[in-house]
Design a protein around this ligand. Sequence first.
Ligand code: RFL
Ligand code: PHB
Length: 389
Amino acid sequence: MRAQVAIIGAGPAGLLLGQLLYKAGIDAVILEQRTPEYVLGRIRAGVLEQGTVDILDLAGVGGRLHSQAMTHDGVEIGASGQRRRIPFKELVGKVVTVYGQTEVTRDLMDARAACGAPSIYEAESVELHDITTARPWVTFVHKGVKQRLDCDFIAGCDGYHGVSRRSIPAEALSVFERTYPFGWLGVLADVPPAWDELIYADSERGFALASMRSETRVRCYVQCSLDDKVENWSDEQFWAEFKRRVGDDVAARMTTGPSIEKSIAPLRSFVAEPMRYGQLFLAGDAAHIVPPTGAKGLNLAASDVFYLYEALTGYYKNDSRAALDQYSDRALRRVWQAVRFSWWMTSLLHRFPNEDPFFGRIRGSELEYLFKSDAAQRTLAENYVGLPL
Ligand code: RFL
Ligand code: PHB
């Protein structure tokens, strides 16, 4: 088998790159270790920056998004029993789009199926070979048969646990990492949201986030300890804890219901540099992870993919390697802005176990400043809606 580009991973990064390349007439094969149902069953991101929506439009997959997604002009921040709305549109003239990662993935899968471009699901034991040569190749096992895919480039879009980053010698990578001493317990439920915009709430009992997927479906999170288990939380216990944290007025008017999905995610920041090794280019969670507090992970995956798409079209259409050579630096500049913002939002809104009293006071005064200062709100807004590409 041969393709110009071998894409490892059919998450949002791999599928989006596949669609952009297809539109540019560059052929790619996607290798994914799981089934499509498994990929669609992972409940993750919910907030898209305008830049991400523009890239989805460029890939020709924005149709359902534009008819079904909600746009939000702001978010609310809760602290000390009060809430402050951060009006994005008023402050920075931009909005965000609330549309689940599951829906983005479904739209991309449908578009790929409709154009007949090849995706091989349940591709096991994927291995990358000769990645520092002009003729890299990939092997994998499909339905018990070992296969070989020859290509010009490999796009490593296989997430944090994938094989691509691990195929780069450790001495060729610099890794920057921060783990946070807590996780998020998330619940998806078919009840109408009792909030018009997302609420990020700091409380004495820890952080909570009120989000949504539609007018009839909510996604809610509470900060939990790292050794906590989903089995420890009945739906009733989850909702009781969420209500204690989100604010009395919201708690009083909200409806609860059985969870459709419940999962725990640990929070971490992670960056591997550079995002290129020979003919292998990393994109999305394969190269970096941010804690979900800033809603940046999926958006970074989309911006990486856009830069990589520009680099590959530069090579195939204009015979230029310049953008390929600049890919890692260009992507990492944007990545670090999001890493910083996500770290800041996480530090501001979570109670750290055994919090240093000095840090506790600093956090409190930072929240107070955010509540009072237009400048602080504008900074949050500018980063949350997404810095320019
Ligand atoms: P993915 O989605 O992990 O996809 C990688 C794919 O690669 C496959 N794979 C392999 N395939 C072949 N061979 C191998 N050896 C392979 N190893 C792995 C995997 O099966 C998978 O299908 O990475 P991608 O495409 O880079 O996308 C990144 C996003 O999924 C991620 O950044 C976001 O979900 C992060 N995130 C959020 N991002 C936002 O922009 N806004 C949000 O509101 C937001 N909320 C969140 C989030 C992530 C969360 N969790 C669970 C970590 C909320 C949560 C709770
Ligand atoms: C979500 O809806 O799942 C969501 C929204 C905003 C975040 C993280 C997750 O910051």
